[in-house]
Design a protein around this ligand. Structure first.
Ligand code: LMR
Length: 327
């Protein structure tokens, strides 16, 4: 009887192990913004598509608002296998590759159509592979949009930024950009920005419309200047270890779902760059300032020398390819 029980236990263990290996693959998708943003909507659509098409095989758990990991931790966590997907802004990869710094150069892209041409062109597609040596795989770009400057006092010209503290993402190019106008840039995680602004620990920030609106920065920044001086876009990444260990058929389906979710997220980005700006204007909590061409030229003149400063790190050819996308 005892022998029989032991045999049954062995059987149970064997079958148990088989069931365990048939458990769905889990994809934790961590991000720092609200759900009602291009990235939030893209991640949710990705979950929906994957779970519709691969029921019981792949499960996606989306963690918005820095719930799981903040900006400074998510890529390290990915290497450790604690999270499988994220879409940090292109400014947050500096530790992993210098080439992506091209996207931070001020006044580089004329509009989002130029950004799209560059990302989908030869150079942009090659950059998706620039994290390979670090064990990360770039799966695609996602748009948010152009950044605007906000402050407690109206900002029209570079002189208005002088001596003011601005929160920036962890990017040396962004640091140089603000230093070029004698402002004081501070690298801080996204999750801290509202409090820093509310308590006036900093004077201003640079954000696209959807982040200004959904994180309520406009409620603690009475002036937003429509500078469109730089880009905030994302790269969806995963770890090579996770990606290559997925069964081929699952990998193909997951990638297809992601590509479709990105198309959707880009539509949301285009819509929200208008709708969220309008919502801020309608709120009357913050005044949106439009600058003249002459004022804009002052910013360009002050900030463009940053390109030369980073030319060796980024590569001249890459900068030229990005400029060429404006035509
Ligand atoms: C920021 O830190 O300002 C952005 O990267 C947040 C985001 O992901 O849009």
């Amino acid at each position: 009887m005892r022998v029989l029980t032991a045999a049954a236990a062995t059987l149970a263990l064997t079958f148990g192990a088989q069931f365990a290996s048939a458990a769905p693959v889990e994809i934790k998708f961590s991000h720092v913004v609200s759900e009602n943003t291009p990235k939030g909507q893209m991640a949710n659509r990705f979950k929906q598509l994957v779970e519709e098409r691969l029921p019981g095989k792949v499960e996606v758990k989306v963690y918005p608002n820095s719930q799981l990991f903040g900006d400074n931790k998510v890529l390290e966590a990915m290497m450790l296998g604690d999270v499988q997907m994220a879409a940090p802004s292109l400014s947050k990869f500096q530790k992993y590759t210098k080439s992506l710094q091209v996207f931070d150069l001020p006044f580089l892209f004329r509009d989002m159509a130029a950004v799209e041409r560059f990302q989908q062109g030869e150079h942009g597609q090659k950059l998706l592979g620039s994290l390979k040596k670090k064990g990360l795989v770039g799966l695609g770009y996602l748009h948010n949009g152009m950044k605007q400057m906000s402050g407690y006092a109206p900002i029209r010209t570079p002189a208005d930024a002088r001596g003011k503290k601005f929160r920036i993402m962890t990017s040396d190019v962004l640091q140089a950009q603000f230093e070029a106008v004698d402002a004081v840039p501070l690298k801080k995680p996204f999750s801290e920005v509202f409090t820093l602004l509310q308590t006036r620990a900093i004077d201003g920030a640079e954000n696209p419309w959807s982040n200004l609106y959904t994180k309520k920065f406009f409620e603690v920044q009475p002036y937003i200047t429509e500078t469109n001086h730089g880009l905030l876009d994302y790269m969806v990444v995963t770890s090579a270890e996770f990606w290559l260990e997925l069964d081929d058929d699952l990998r193909v389906e997951v990638k297809k779902a992601l590509d479709e979710a990105i198309v959707y997220g880009n539509q949301v980005a285009a819509e929200k760059s208008q709708a969220d700006k309008q919502a801020i204007i309608d709120s009357k909590r913050s005044r949106v300032i439009e600058i003249t061409d002459a004022e804009r030229q002052q910013w360009v003149k002050a900030m463009k020398p940053v390109w030369k400063e980073f030319e060796d790190e980024i590569g001249k050819e890459l900068i030229e390819a990005a400029v060429a996308a404006n035509k």
